[in-house]
Design a protein around this ligand. Sequence first.
Ligand SMILES: [Zn+2]
Length: 305
Amino acid sequence: MVNDLVLNCRTKLEFVNLPDDAQLKLAADELERLMKTRFAGKKAPGQIVEVFFEVKENAKGFSVKALKNALLFTAPTALEILYAVYDLAEEYLGYCFFEPGIDHLDVTGGKVVLSVGKYLIRNRVPALKLRGLVQEFPFTDEDYIIADWMVKNKLNFLQTWLKYYEEITEDLQDYFDLRGIEIIGGGHNFSFLIPGEKYAKTHPDFFAERNGERIKPSSAKSALLLSEQLCTTNPELREELVKNIIEYSNTHPRIKSLNLSPNDGFGWCECKECSTLYDKNIKGELYSRSEHVHQANSIYHQLLK
Ligand SMILES: [Zn+2]
């Protein structure tokens, strides 16, 4: 039909005026690769389908339209052109990117018929600005697979512990960057920023008071650090935290966001100053949990403020 755009094993994609942009280049390579696998066939490709990638800052979300012998991708950013490629693959070519490392594809060969002039994907805008997950294990080569899976599912941030962020290679960081995934340094990081082994002896008052005594913090290398918080109202501790956060940012210039998060568990400080921030008489049904939430709400948020 003259009003149809037919994709099959004879289809040869031709990218028109492809700008010199790494994300658009990746989008083009991915579209080419996904089409080639989908329409694997014996006939040599010869029927040209032109592909236009249009990045328009004011575009409302990303769209894909079938034209006469052409596909038109429009999006406000190059990254969203890449998203459009993956959505087109899932919704029209039969792919499913459910599982990291595997492009599920039920059908190969045959043809896909698209109506000319019709939007295949129209003005798609993510409902959430931040879409991601927390990585609570060190970076390995498997992270290349995770990053690939994340962008196919339009995820854009990965939060990891600062101790793991330390170990990320430049190459892996580039791989995440290219896929529009920001790596946020975070996790339970009081212990990373104020390690017990460095401060416990010289500054015992940096650490929480429990039952009338300052806690003896575990080594910074211990796995969980359950219920070992800081004495967050101590002005000297606050100054040291800020100093260490600034120093960390300066020595890790690629980090754009860094969170400040308590150690795992409970254990909030009961010193005179900290205990003015909460009412010891307020207790919920689940004593330990509600005590913790109640204290964290006041102590922790006051520190952040
Ligand atoms: Zn305190």
